[in-house]
Ligand binder design. Structure first.
Ligand code: NAP
Length: 283
């Protein structure tokens, strides 16, 4: 895979560019973005070797699409129209149902692999790109059987080489599980941040009193709304279901406190301490 085109050279696209280039120094990484300033930044940070445009896609051995998921749904069919017969297109989007659906009947569907690297930070844009982001992380691949075997093999080798473990899932299962494992924690963090900002109008007090517990719990509230709004829109039903369960749990906890049932408050927390064993398994 010599000519690699990355559409969206932000946190994920840029971090992929760094690790792929490290393992494949002969590869030429071409960057494509909406804004020239973003491409200039990616070039100056050495994330990409060259600037390119969508018209160059026919020369690509591999195209990685790492832009917000609504933009991916719009752009993906036209990228597949342009890709050569031996070229591969992958996307890194955090939702999978709508992305897989938009190309289900595309004549070049076999040149596309849908994936979601479960790795990231709360930062965005080219300056957020970091090396080794994907080591030991899971890459969820959807509908692998719809991609030609040869291209599957190439992709799985490339992503295996940068340290990722592959997990296969259908798009519906992916979107359902990821609503619990990722989308809910982002909403929870955004709304915790909102609650504290509204209550503590004096930012100086927040700064002085915020312990590391608060900082780590609201870390995700720094994430980009431009990226997250389309994720919540595409995965609306699953996210609403998780929110209902979460709100029920919050209400139940509040009721226990109102009833002075602190034995049950203790039990609720004790039972949830089990999360330690679960997280140790994935740390
Ligand atoms: P990011 O750092 O914000 O980078 C996205 C890039 O896409 C930006 O540099 C931006 O470039 C471009 N972009 C923004 N809006 C666009 C639009 N409407 N049309 C075309 N280009 C647009 O985001 P990211 O975190 O790398 O996320 C990229 C993809 O990876 C998303 O699909 C996301 O769901 C997925 N993902 C994210 C994470 C995570 O933790 N962040 C983890 C796994 C997967 P310009 O400045 O030129 O507009």
């Amino acid at each position: 895979m010599k000519n690699i085109y990355i559409i969206g050279v932000g946190l994920i696209g840029g971090s992929l560019a760094i690790d792929i280039k490290k393992n494949n120094p002969e590869a030429i990484i071409h960057g494509i973005s909406r804004k020239q300033a973003t491409l200039d930044e990616a070039l100056s940070l050495n994330l990409i070797d060259k600037k390119a445009t969508l018209d160059d896609i026919e020369n690509a051995d591999l195209v990685i699409i790492s832009i917000p998921v609504d933009a991916t749904v719009k752009l993906l069919p036209s990228i597949l129209d342009k890709i050569s017969d031996s070229g591969l297109v992958v996307d890194a989007g955090s939702t999978k149902v709508d992305i897989c659906k938009v190309v289900e009947n595309h004549p070049k569907r076999r040149n596309f692999l849908a994936m979601h690297p479960i790795a990231g930070t709360e930062h965005s844009g080219p300056s957020a790109a970091i090396p080794n982001l994907f080591i030991g992380k899971t890459n969820i691949v959807c509908e692998v059987e719809k991609t030609t075997f040869k291209l599957q093999e190439k992709a799985l080798k490339l992503f295996g080489d940068i340290g990722m473990r592959i997990r296969y899932m259908n798009p519906e299962a992916h979107d359902k599980h990821i609503a619990y494992m990722s989308h809910l924690s982002h909403i929870s963090s955004f709304m915790l941040g909102k609650t504290v900002i509204e209550k503590e109008k004096n930012e100086r007090d927040i700064f002085d009193m915020a312990g590391s517990g608060f900082a780590s719990t609201v870390r995700l509230a720094k994430s980009s709304p431009e990226m997250w709004t389309p994720i919540f829109k595409q995965n609306k039903e699953n996210v609403i279901e998780t929110l209902k369960e979460y709100i029920d749990n919050l209400n139940q906890f509040k009721e226990l406190m109102e009833k002075d049932d602190f034995e049950e408050v203790y039990n609720e927390m004790k039972n949830t301490n089990h999360i330690k064993q679960i997280l140790n398994g994935i740390a």
